[in-house]
Design a binder for this molecule. Sequence first.
Ligand SMILES: Cc1cc2nc3c(=O)[nH]c(=O)nc-3n(C[C@H](O)[C@H](O)[C@H](O)COP(=O)(O)O)c2cc1C
Length: 132
Amino acid sequence: MTFIHLITKNRSYRRYFQECTISQADLHLMIEAARLSASGRNWQPLKYILCNIPELNRRVFETLAWAGYLPDWDGPKEGERPSAYIIQLLDTGIAATAGWDSGISAQSILLQAVEFGFGGCMIGSFHCLGQT
Ligand SMILES: Cc1cc2nc3c(=O)[nH]c(=O)nc-3n(C[C@H](O)[C@H](O)[C@H](O)COP(=O)(O)O)c2cc1C
């Protein structure tokens, strides 16, 4: 696949084959793509939680906001929800802000996912469990 083809294929997918398992090994390789990407001052302050367990996926899904331009759509229905998540965290013991690292990392993760034949969506709009 050419690079421009990879970029073109990397859309924000919002309906998934929920029954399709994404292995921990594949998720690790996506994180590897992020780990090898540029980091301001090379501080590498981002950490990741990998989640591909249906019960945990359910809890993650509850926190997400999908497609703000479509207020009447609550996001993918059961059966079409993501089968895995990569949650990006900032280690504030290393840096107070992520700067550009978070976007660079997220793009690397998604490009690796697409190269594997998967698709995903960056979600910047979420709430913590227990919050409204
Ligand atoms: C930083 C960032 C945060 C985003 N947050 C959300 C989000 O919370 N929910 C959502 O459904 N899409 C989110 N998106 C996806 C954008 O809506 C999407 O990239 C945009 O509509 C363009 O569509 P495309 O990626 O298919 O080209 C986010 C994208 C970026 C880059």
